[in-house]
Design a protein around this ligand. Sequence first.
Ligand code: 7PJ
Length: 291
Amino acid sequence: MPEFPRNYLQCGRFRPDIAAAALRPLVMGILNVTPDSFSDGGQFASLDLALSHAEQMIADGVDIIDIGGESTRPGAPPVSLDDELRRVMPVVYALRDCGKPLSVDTRRPAVMREVLAAGADMINDIEGFRDPDSLAAVSDSDCAICIMHMQGEPQSMQTAPHYDDLFVEVRDFLRERIDQALAAGIAAERICIDPGYGFGKTTEHNLKLLAWQDELQRVLGFPLLAGLSRKSTIGQITGRPVEQRMAGSIAAALVAADHGACIVRVHDVAETVDALKVWNAARLARRVNTV
Ligand code: 7PJ
């Protein structure tokens, strides 16, 4: 078990436990806010859909809700600042008292500031807070931050990912961003890290990183978040389209848990929570040799 700055993650109004040997990883549920239609009817429909999805995730045992208003899938078209705010803000306002920490998946400092003012508890930035203004946007709050590694840009990152030394490059990038965050006054207990599965990585890169994940977490000393749910690596291994990747994604979440992940980011909350409960019960029994 790695040594973390604290046995909890400081996450805005919440302090979820991490790093206790008896715990399963926290489950972060992905709440994608669907693009607004131009009519008001469409806007309300997409908000309603997002809220009922969130309610279902809460009933299913989600630990953190990750709200995203910008698709960062490889090749996805860019979303304007106004559109991102229009998608995300109503969801943050509607869910702020839902009892679960709210994370927002965004790369824009302006969005970070708005959602934190509205009560968000965590900022999940796939760029690892490389925008010079992004650390300033989060430093005055006590939100958690997830620092993710990405090679290249979403538009082109999957074209020909290449590393001279995968582990060293991901580790050094994360270490540099952690140091910048600490220098900006962000307390260590607010930080978690993410190898960024699928972000400028082939299936082989992803599988190697997954195998090295515990080592990455141990040498950097910060809790690790793993996001493999429905990604193309699952598709490549199983031969399944994105709508049929649940079983593969659950298997990936269990492997990530086995390799020490403190948080898993998933679409299928109920199924992943059940799978992790079984994994955890079996794992804990394995430690007890007196029965
Ligand atoms: C991730 C993410 C991930 C973190 C996305 C998708 C693409 N944030 N946002 N880690 N992936 N921290 O879900 O397929 O892996 S968007």
